[in-house]
Write a protein of this length. Structure first.
Length: 166
């Protein structure tokens, strides 16, 4: 593994350091999604399906509008993906208890199993990287990821589930 430690001045990052960070994100994302992508092909699904399955699994009984806010995709795009997942029995939709127009989403048993399979390799990759990096690096990584995120609402959404920095 290449030594990614740097003696960078935290107040000044050179162009090369910034470009290396971009490159690291691209390579990491490629490897992070490779195994789930191969599984999804067997179902005729893509990454949009994976994101829907992941977030519905992470937030049971979430509304369609909440999912749209997280994914930032059009209603039409979500409708296509969600419709396919519902028809194939991975997600169940039910009306809200207070507002029956609101559609609440949850994974079926079949959906829970698919989400587990899709995320297992990703969890293992992150656990291994965290162990190898150490506690301070994990905290630094989380701070960097929160810093890259544009939306305060998204930072708060993730932060509510942990002791994430705000």
């Amino acid at each position: 593994m290449a030594d990614v430690k740097s003696q960078a001045n935290p107040l000044f990052l050179r162009e090369e350091e910034l470009r290396q960070a971009i490159e690291l994100l691209y390579y990491a994302y490629r490897d992070f999604t490779a195994e789930p992508d191969a599984m999804l092909v067997r179902y005729g699904f893509g990454r949009a399906h994976h994101r829907v399955i992941y977030f519905v699994g992470r937030h049971p009984q979430m509304s369609v509008s909440d999912l749209l806010a997280i994914l930032r995709i059009t209603k039409q795009s979500l409708s296509r993906v969600l419709g396919q997942l519902v028809r194939q029995g991975f997600i169940r939709q039910s009306p809200g208890s207070r507002d029956r127009r609101r559609r609440l989403l949850e994974l079926t048993e079949k959906g829970v199993e698919l989400e587990r399979q899709l995320s297992e390799n990703q969890r293992q990759r992150i656990a291994r990287a965290y162990r190898e990096a150490g506690v301070q690096a994990v905290d630094g990584f989380r701070k960097v990821m929160f810093g890259i995120m544009s939306s305060e609402e998204d930072r708060n959404r993730v932060g509510r589930r942990s002791d994430a920095p705000r």
